[in-house]
Design a protein around this ligand. Structure first.
Ligand SMILES: Nc1ncnc2c1ncn2[C@@H]1O[C@H](COP(=O)(O)OP(=O)(O)OP(=O)(O)O)[C@@H](O)[C@H]1O
Ligand SMILES: [Mg+2]
Length: 130
């Protein structure tokens, strides 16, 4: 992976095993002839993308679209069934940086609201005096 690429995902597929009931999971684990009781479910199907140094990226998608699955793979918590995920540096540091910036944004909004309230209060007092 070249130096200017921080995150690279290539043809990443993640399949979960779905069971109709908990008993099926247990049956599969202990079946003497390894009979399968699960249904395979593709949470991610052939996903590829790159994030370059200095770029800000976001993952958007509907509920159950696979965002958390993808993040867990970038953090090394989950492994793809096929494809590769490469990360230069620590992902958690990058996510932490994202939250820090978000927090700064919220603090700025809160300050602006306080300033705006103070301005409105002064205007009301002024109007009442005149
Ligand atoms: N451990 C698991 N076992 C089986 N299926 C799972 C597992 N984790 C997630 N799934 C399924 O995989 C799909 C993707 O889930 P994921 O949590 O990655 O989506 P998401 O985009 O983060 O959703 P949300 O917007 O609700 O946070 C969903 O259909 C979910 O039910
Ligand atoms: Mg999620």
């Amino acid at each position: 992976m070249s130096d200017d690429i921080v995150i690279s995902a290539k043809n990443v597929t993640k399949t979960y095993r779905l069971y109709d009931c908990h008993a099926d999971r247990v049956k599969e684990t202990f079946h003497p002839f390894r009979k399968k009781y699960h249904h395979p479910f593709n949470a991610l199907n052939d996903v590829s993308f790159e994030v370059k140094k200095g770029e800000t990226s976001g993952i958007i998608g509907r509920n159950g679209g696979g965002k958390s699955t993808l993040l867990q793979m970038l953090c090394g918590i989950l492994r793809p069934i096929s494809g590769t995920v490469e990360v230069n540096g620590r992902v958690l540091d990058k996510i932490d940086e994202g939250f820090r910036r978000m927090d700064e944004g919220f603090q700025l909004i809160a300050r602006l609201i306080v300033e705006e309230n103070e301005k409105t209060r002064k205007e009301i007092l002024q109007a009442l005096k005149s």
